[in-house]
Design a protein. Structure first.
Length: 203
């Protein structure tokens, strides 16, 4: 039976920050979805990737319901067909803006290269569940195996023992981040042994 990983902690601040950084990109894509909607072209589901890979082909498919057109027995490619078909007023301007953005390196790299991280749900651009899960998993700490689970339990027991030792009165101060491991025990023959001098820390 496969080990079911256990969540130890989440860096919520970093998670929220990274998700927030996607907002400008989401708004960018939403603007184009809204503009297309205003001319009667409704983008759905995973349309974003197709739209920003080849906007002319995307619009052609939308307006022709995916049908091909042949001239002299030859099938016209989508880009050529785009120039021939009747389009709602304003469509050319929208496509021209997308093409212009594609040619702008900063916009292409900042926006278009992230298109797979978004999807369209009922007309609204949203961050995909896969993207949210990826961010959460990358910025969270998990126990991934039985061995790690055992180590976690024993380290917890060790921490509890050290806390109990710190309840005792000492001569040289509590066990803390400046305490060397050798102050408490030695490592011999691949095992730890008590440093007898450690007891002299206590009254």
């Amino acid at each position: 039976m496969a080990f079911e990983k256990v969540l130890l902690s989440k860096n919520l601040g970093e998670i929220n920050s990274e998700i927030q950084q996607l907002e400008p990109k989401k708004n960018y894509f939403q603007n184009y979805v809204n503009r297309l909607s205003s001319v009667g072209i409704i983008a759905t589901n995973t349309d974003l990737e197709t739209l920003f890979e080849n906007p002319k082909a995307y619009v052609t498919d939308k307006l022709t319901a995916g049908e091909d057109m042949k001239v002299g027995g030859l099938t016209l490619n989508k880009e050529k067909l785009f120039e021939l078909i009747e389009k709602p007023e304003g469509t050319n301007e929208i496509i021209a803006d997308i093409v212009k953005d594609q040619q702008d390196r900063s916009k292409r790299e900042f926006y278009h290269w992230s298109v797979k991280r978004f999807e369209i749900i009922k007309g609204s651009v949203t961050i995909t569940t896969e993207t949210i899960d990826h961010i959460n998993n990358r910025l969270s700490l998990f126990i991934d195996s039985e061995n790690q689970q055992t180590a976690f339990t024993k380290l917890g027991q060790l921490a509890q023992l050290l806390n109990e030792l710190n309840q005792l009165e000492t001569k040289t101060g509590k066990i803390g981040d400046t305490t060397e491991l050798s102050d408490l025990m030695f490592f011999k023959n691949a095992t730890f042994e008590l440093n007898p001098q450690a007891v002299k820390r206590f009254k």
